[in-house]
Structures are given as C-alpha cells and as structure tokens.
Design a protein around this ligand. Sequence first.
Ligand code: NAP
Ligand code: MG
Length: 487
Amino acid sequence: MTAVAADRFPTQLIIGGEQMDAASGERFSVVNPATEDELAPVAKAGVADVDRAVKSARETFESAKWRNMSARQRGALCYRLGELVHQHRDELARLETQNNGKPIFESLIDAKLTSETFKYYGGWADKIHGETIPVDGPFLNFTLREPIGVIGAIVPWNFPMSLATWKLAPALACGNTIVLKPAELTPYTAIRLAELALEAGFPPGAFNCIPGPGSVAGSALVKHPGVDKIAFTGSTEVGRQIMMDAAGTLKKIQLELGGKSPNVVFADADLDAAARGALNGIFYGKGEVCAAGSRLLVEEPVREELMGKILERAKKMVAGDPLNPKTRLGSVVSRKQMDRVLGYIEKGKSEGAMLRHGGERTPVNDKGYFVSPTIFDSVERGMTIAQEEIFGPVLAVMSFEGGVEGASDLANSTIYGLAAGIWTKDIKKALRAAKAIQAGTVWINTYNMYDAASPFGGFKQSGFGRDLGVHALDGYMQVKSVWVDLS
Ligand code: NAP
Ligand code: MG
C-alpha cells in the first residue's frame, strides 16, 4: 500500500471541536520505526492544554445539547462514527502502520475492530436502563443509571486506535464526555478519530484529544479535579502511579495493565494447531500485545516434537516492509523498545535459558527497529524472562508435568493474570484448566481472539475493570437509587 504523505498527517490538538496548537506552541517529533524517518511533528499538550480540554469536556457534559440528547440519538452518533471509521479504514490503517511499525494486514484488522466497537456500543445506548426494586414498606424504589461525567482516557502505543475506542465507545454511548491522551509515540489515529467524531455529528467538546507526554499531560489529567474517572491501558508500573495520583481527588479508575500470559499445550493436543497458535500468540503484533502468549508451557512428553514444529514455522517468519500486505512481522515500535527487548534477550542468555532461534536486530533495507522472532527453551520459572513482561517477539518455552494441576501451578506463577491459552483435545481437561488458571480471558484451542461483545481485562496485577462487552458499560455509569413515598 502507498504511504500517507507527510502533509496529510493530523497534527493538532482537538479541544472543544477546534483544531489547535498547544498553548506553549511546542511540538514533538514522531518517528516511523520501520524506516527511522521523522513523521509530521505534533502539537505537544501541556498542563494548560489539559485544563482547556477538561473544561471543554465539562461544559459539553453539562450542556443542554448533550444532556437532552436522547439515548437513541447518542447511539446513532456512535454508529455513524463506526461507519466513518469503516469508510476511512485504509487511511487509518496506513497511519497506524507508518506510526507503529505493525504490518498493514494487522492495522486493517484493528480498523475493523475499531469500527465494530463503535457500532456495538451505538447499539447499546438506548438499551441501558435501571430497575424497580421490591423494597419493604409503602415505597416505590427504582434506579437510574447515569453517566459519570468527564472521562480521562490514557492509552498505549501498541493498538492506538482500537484501545482508545475500547474506552471512547462505551463512555460516549453512556453519555459521558472524554479527554483522550494517546501515547506520545503514536498520536495520529487518535487525532483522526476525534476529527471523524466531529464529522459524525458529536457536539464539540464531547471528545477532546490531547497528545503529549505521559509524565506531563497524562499526569495532569489524572490529577485534574475536573476529571471524574481515568480509564487507563498501559504498563503495570504506570498503573500503580495512576492509582496513587488519583487518590488526591478520589477519582474512579479502571486499569488494564500488563501480562505474562501462558499458552498451555497438553500432550494430547493437535500439535500442528498448537504450534500455529503458539506463534500467533507471541509474534502477532511483534509481541507488543498485552495478552501475548509469552510463556509456552508444554507437557513434557511432547516438548521436543512441538519445539520442532515451532522452529520450522519460526524460520519462515521474516520481517518485511510493514506497508506490504504480505508482511506478517513488522518493526518494534521504537529504538528504546528495541533496546529493551534486546536487553531481555541478553538477560535470558545470561540466566541460562537456551536460545533456539532469533535474538537479533534484523533491519529491512538497512533500516528499522526490527527484531527477529526469538525462541528460548529450557526456561525456568524463576528466570527474568519467565516473570517480566518483555513486550516484544520473545517466547519463553517451559515444560510441565502433573496434568492440569502442574500446568495451572506453573501458569499462575507470575504477578499477572490477563489471558491464557489451552491446547488439548480433551474438553473436560480444557475446562478444568480454564477454571484453574487465573486470567481474565481464556482461549481454548485458539489464541488472540477479540470481539466488541466479549469482555476483556485482568485478574491479579493485570488490573481491574473490563473493556468491551456489556461489562464495560458498568465502568461508565453510576447507579442512583430513587425512593418515592406511596403512603
Ligand atoms: P505506559 O508507559 O504505561 O504508557 C501508557 C500510557 O500512559 C501512555 O499514554 C503514556 O504516555 C501514559 N503515561 C506514562 N506515564 C504516565 C503518568 N505518570 N501519568 C499518566 N499517564 C502516563 O505503557 P506503554 O509503554 O505505552 O505500553 C506498554 C504497556 O501497556 C505494556 O506493559 C502492556 O502490557 C500494557 N498494555 C496493556 C493492555 C491491556 O489491555 N491490559 C493493552 C495494551 C498494552 P507516553 O507514552 O506519551 O509517555
Ligand atoms: Mg511508556
């Protein structure tokens, strides 16, 4: 696919329906990680811009236009935005690929999920209602489900448009207004979504977008007294900081954090399917996927056989130009992230894991932060690469004995609990393992499946609250109990 020209990149803040520069006039540079070229510089939101954006979101939240808009009409706006995303999917996907380094084939999938998520929540808007409750005494008691207010959404760089939408769509459908802070590394599709929302007919100020550094714009948003809730996706470390910073104003928070998800292969599994699933689990999105199946737990008797199949497939995975529709492995998002991933690979070697494949930087046309698909064998549960989230194309293969119990004991041996995969032909075994493994999502004989209707979120230190599905709606509404004396 052809690249989006530099002068077609959206680069301004969107506040109160207006495109604008930062109050300071400053801009920050953004890089295409696959080519190392600089892209269009973007307005850099600072504390004053956060304040402007929050005030605008508050004004709109309290405006008659937004308050009196019928739920059905809000739903129609969300649906229309979903349609606009679909119409602009090629442009959005190219922006995402040029900015993040992921293959265009993946960005088109992101655009599809983004469009579907807006449409899904558009459908919910007029189906959200309270209940009547049979209380004691001569009273009518009923509940109202009301929006929370101004939502601050802070998202990472790995799935910029779809993860932003996982917050935006349910929040807007429920009648909140939003200030979105995308990651500094990947601002473009977020700005474009804010522009498309205006085109769809959302009132100015319903959806504001303020790209800028997390330590400044993100932090100011979390501490701002005018923000009612922070919906965050990102690292466990920053999640912890947000929890502390939100304490000052007792803000509601929802955190979707990191993972070290186990992909568990029992000896009776279809090993070809499991090998495919293992590779998809860790190399999709260059491993920069919060739910990446970064630990492959294999039942001892089939360890070598499965490893053979995995290595055979991994050898065919070659990084390429992310804009080429045939490319299946793109560039890591930044030089810093590449160095971090290569650092973990060195750590794996020095701690005694056996490097079976990859482990290097592999530029394409002498450029880019590409890292080859990396596979470590003989990984022990105490090793750094078995415990810490690498967020790159690095698979740690470990073996287990002791059936479901042995598997779940090893699977549960990290601080995380985001997702898990289970491979077996025995349905009872699969369901026993699904119950025993602590994770917010379990995939049986598949991996990395998502749908706007299915909830996603973490157990343990992978966070709390749920994105997607009916469950996400609870995060963007509050319940009011109303009593009426009938005596
Ligand atoms: P990150 O460093 O935690 O950043 C996430 C967002 O938080 C970015 O927009 C960042 O801004 C902002 N931020 C940084 N410091 C902040 C602060 N003090 N206050 C407020 N905001 C702040 O994560 P990342 O490096 O972008 O992404 C990788 C991580 O995200 C991984 O650990 C991964 O597991 C996790 N993740 C989780 C999920 C999930 O659904 N559970 C999904 C995707 C990713 P800047 O980047 O502009 O500084
Ligand atoms: Mg970061």
